[in-house]
Ligand binder design. Structure first.
Ligand SMILES: C[S@@+](CC[C@H](N)C(=O)[O-])C[C@H]1O[C@@H](n2cnc3c(N)ncnc32)[C@H](O)[C@@H]1O
Ligand code: SF4
Ligand code: SF4
Length: 338
């Protein structure tokens, strides 16, 4: 964290209020074309700002009721060693790993805003007990949940409970060829994942999905995976290869048929790292103002974090942000399942 960010985080409450007020008014005034309207508009905006300030509604500055996705990278530890991915190379230590209670509090606070909570990693099922606690809490608040898994650690007991809660499980599969599997995953887990896939299908039916990474290395495998999904009557989604620290290659023509004016929808996201740091998208390092995290849910309330001026400013920048990561499944408005 930079010194400037730390100084802002420790400002006194009164300074927070002044800073917050002018942070909101300055850009507002700039948007008023008819200058003679400024006093009236500022007066009205001040009333609106005061209401939000004192009631501190959680929907403030977010996408409104059920408009946000909470994405929790519960761990960067992983039991696989995929060539496409480098996350497993930097596992968090025990002291860096967020206490589950802090995430549950965050979920409780935000649930009115959430249309979905997504668990990713690393491998989320390394923390199966915590994952089920989150799944139970999400069900209490009627927030649909998605877990993205490599499928190795799935068990019958887990599937039974998860199916009762009505959530969605996504298996990541990039090939159906056993000979390729070892190179792709760095581990000989083909048989295990394939039998777990059938088990998951038995318990979850249509709540099971498969996601594949579209890369030079997989472009001939994906049609076969889609065919399998068709036979199983489950949905399939591909997301383009990005730099996750892996050694694969993106497919150059990938954006040819896509409308490149597409707007990144990552502004809807609230992303949490394994240590509790909050960012607006996991590619935040591409946006200079967003390089530092917005705060940490172990130390602060999520609403306070998201209502910071820097958070609002980053959201504004994200409106026109245009990097290939906008095509990742968590950053598009609606996943188009093929
Ligand atoms: C990082 S993984 C974490 C969850 C779990 N370990 C898994 O593999 O499903 C989340 C998703 O990102 C995908 N992924 C991994 N490396 C990627 C890359 N370089 N580009 C795009 N997606 C990637 C995975 O296939 C998976 O569907
Ligand atoms: S893609 Fe998933 S399973 Fe593979 S190394 Fe990355 S986190 Fe682990
Ligand atoms: S384009 Fe990438 S960096 Fe920009 S907001 Fe979207 S996900 Fe974040």
């Amino acid at each position: 964290m930079s010194l400037i960010y730390r100084r802002k985080a420790n400002q006194s409450k009164i300074m927070d209020t002044v800073y917050d007020y002018f942070g909101e008014m300055r850009p507002f005034v700039k948007r008023i074309d008819k200058k003679w309207l400024i006093p009236l508009m500022v007066f009205l905006k001040t009333i609106e700002w005061s209401i939000y300030r004192w009631y501190k509604t959680p929907v403030r500055r977010f996408y409104g009721i059920k408009g946000n996705e909470l994405i929790y990278m519960i761990t960067s530890r992983c039991n696989e060693r995929c060539a496409k991915c480098g996350i497993w190379k930097n596992p968090e230590s025990d002291t860096e790993h967020l206490q589950i209670a802090a995430f549950i509090d965050c979920l409780k606070t935000l649930h009115h805003n959430l249309y979905q909570v997504t668990l990713t990693g690393g491998e989320p099922l390394l923390f199966m007990k915590d994952v089920l606690l989150i799944a139970e809490e999400a069900a209490v608040h009627k927030v649909p949940m998605i877990i993205v898994t490599n499928g190795v650690l799935v068990t019958e007991d887990f599937l039974k409970r998860y199916a009762e809660l009505g959530h969605i499980l996504v298996f990541s599969i990039d090939t159906l060829e056993k000979e390729k599997w070892g190179n792709f995953r760095g581990k000989d887990t083909y048989d295990k994942v394939m039998s777990n896939l059938q088990l998951a299908h038995k318990f979850l039916g249509g709540k099971l999905r498969i996601q594949s990474v579209y890369a030079e290395e997989t472009k001939n495998d994906i049609p076969k995976i889609k065919e399998l999904c068709k036979q199983m009557n489950i949905q399939h989604v591909s997301q383009p290869y990005m730099d996750f620290g892996g050694v694969w290659h993106g497919v150059k023509q990938i954006y040819e048929n896509k409308n490149d004016n597409i707007i990144c929808a990552a502004r809807k996201n609230i992303c949490i790292y394994p240590n509790g740091d909050v960012v607006k998208c996991f590619d935040h390092y591409r946006i200079p103002l967003a390089k530092e995290s917005l705060g940490n849910i172990e130390k602060e309330n999520i609403i306070e974090i998201l209502c910071r001026k820097r958070s609002t400013e980053i959201s504004k920048i994200m409106k026109t942000c245009n990097f290939p990561c906008k095509y990742l499944s968590c950053n598009v408005p609606e996943i188009v399942y093929e």
